[in-house]
Design a binder for this molecule. Structure first.
Ligand code: C2E
Ligand code: CA
Ligand code: CA
Length: 438
């Protein structure tokens, strides 16, 4: 049997949502469970994904969603008792590790967990009918724990695709990775590297200037780099978002970016620093405190900090996001709408956003100057930005033809290789100095 310490049990029962084991410790615990098992009594994995959680978040806000998940988690923990070990793999996905069982027992347990989940649950005067998709797998004799986990995950996805509200037993055949590609293992490797980069100070920020049509530097954007493990943001940001690590990375980049803004002032450049803030980070109830702490630690004028938020975030009507937006503006920092044009923005929402900058996504810029339809869209966005009092920036500008076309469309400022690539701090300082003197 796997020993579940009283401390762990106490923690998980007290605060089921936040104190479950996380995704990475799931692997450690599963490996330990596997090493303690006998071939006759292998461990089982039940992967649970709650159905329609998005609808619950949209109807009750993220706080309501959290209450919902906490209540379901409490039910699950009570049902399995001390034998099983619970891990939270994602917002609405859980894994139950069960020592020494057979297939019939696991099927029985999974069905009883589904029954437990499906008991109607009252939330804000409404009776909800929760549901979930469950997949389970029993560790095979020659199988690695992560392959088994993958089979359970795939079975859960099969249950989900079939409409949810059911239990599916995993296929005994082990195919590497979701959809037949070795993605999960590759993702785990990146996650591992990210953890060690955080521990070994292997992260840094590079800065890319944004230049207006008169050649003035409007601001610099802070872009994260994982120098210790040579990972590109395209590789590690999606994994950080998937695993929740993005909030740690984001808090680090907020503090570092704010400190750099103050160093720029000391070096004689009152250049605002734009910092990317992910949706997950911005939706944290304690985001205003983190922002306040970063501004205070950096001892920087908040007007020199700009938060880049993707446009879809502004469509989030949850009370946490809305109150964080107000708190950010109250603190004196500026807000920029990032990747504009990619997130199905609703123009009705745009009119209510108190942003000072609107960044047109590179997808539009690539099409210029030849694509007339893209040009019309860019021109309309530029006009919209002017009317709403925002500075319009085009991202990813590489050629003079694109630059001319963007100027003609009425875009105010440019970010792209045509001016400079993202640079380490010391190089950027030299770059700024050279522009001042020439
Ligand atoms: P983004 O916020 O849209 O940042 C602009 C991206 O365009 C950067 O990619 C930048 O290097 C790239 N870029 C700039 N000019 C050009 C150009 O002329 N041509 C081309 N091809 N690319 C150009 P990067 O640095 O790889 O970052 C990718 C994304 O990762 C960022 O997109 C942002 O969404 C995310 N990211 C980076 N740093 C952070 C961070 O600190 N926090 C969060 N949450 N996300 C970050
Ligand atoms: Ca950005
Ligand atoms: Ca962008």
């Amino acid at each position: 049997m796997f020993p579940l310490t009283n401390q762990v049990l106490h923690k998980t029962v007290n605060n089921p949502v936040t104190d479950l084991h996380d995704r990475s410790s799931c692997f450690t615990r599963l490996a330990r469970l596997a090493s303690q098992a006998t071939p006759e009594r292998p461990p089982a994995i039940i992967w649970i994904s709650l159905d329609r959680i998005k609808q619950i978040n949209e109807s009750f806000g993220h706080q309501g969603g959290d209450v919902f998940i906490a209540q379901i988690t409490r039910r699950l923990l009570c049902k399995t008792g001390t034998e099983a070990l619970w891990c939270r793999m994602a917002g609405d996905e859980f894994v139950c590790l069960v020592p020494a069982v057979d297939s019939v027992q696991t099927q029985h347990l999974a069905s009883s967990l589904l029954n437990e989940i499906q008991i109607p649950l009252p939330l804000n005067n409404l009776l909800l009918h929760p549901s979930a998709s469950l997949g389970f797998a029993i560790l095979g004799a020659d199988e690695t724990p992560s392959d088994c986990l993958e089979r359970a995950d795939r079975a859960m996805n099969t249950a989900k695709r079939a409409g949810g509200g059911r239990v599916v037993a995993a296929d005994p055949e082990s195919i590497p990775g979701r959809m037949g590609i070795c993605l999960p293992r590759h993702e785990l490797e990146i996650e591992n590297k990210l953890h060690s980069a955080i521990d070994q100070s292997g992260l840094s920020l590079h800065y890319q200037p944004i230049v207006d049509t008169d050649g003035q530097i409007v601001s610099v954007e802070a872009l994260m780099r994982c120098t210790s493990h040579k990972l590109s943001p395209g590789e590690f940001i999606p994994i950080a978002e998937k695993t929740g690590l993005i909030t740690r990375l984001g808090e680090w980049s907020l503090l570092e970016g704010a400190r750099f803004a103050q160093r720029l002032v000391m070096a004689g450049h009152r250049t605002p620093v734009a910092i990317n803030v992910s949706r997950a980070q911005f939706a944290l109830p304690h985001f205003p405190q983190s922002l306040h702490a970063a501004l205070l630690c950096a001892n920087v004028n908040p007007g020199l900090i700009e938060l880049e938020l993707t446009e879809s975030l502004f469509m989030d009507n949850s009370s946490v996001v809305q109150s964080n937006l107000r708190a950010a503006l109250d603190s004196g920092v500026k807000i920029a709408i990032d990747d504009f044009g990619t997130g199905f923005s609703c123009l009705a929402t745009l009119k209510d956003i108190t942003a000072t900058k609107l960044k047109i996504d590179r997808a539009f810029v690539i099409a210029l100057p030849h694509d007339h339809r893209a040009f019309s869209v860019v021109r309309a966005i530029a006009q919209l930005g002017v009317d709403l009092g925002m500075l319009v920036v085009a991202e990813g500008v590489e050629s003079h033809e694109q630059l001319d076309s963007l100027r003609e469309a009425g875009v105010h400022a440019i970010q792209g290789y045509i001016h400079a690539r993202p640079m380490p701090e010391n190089i950027l300082l030299e770059w700024l100095q050279n522009r001042k003197t020439t």
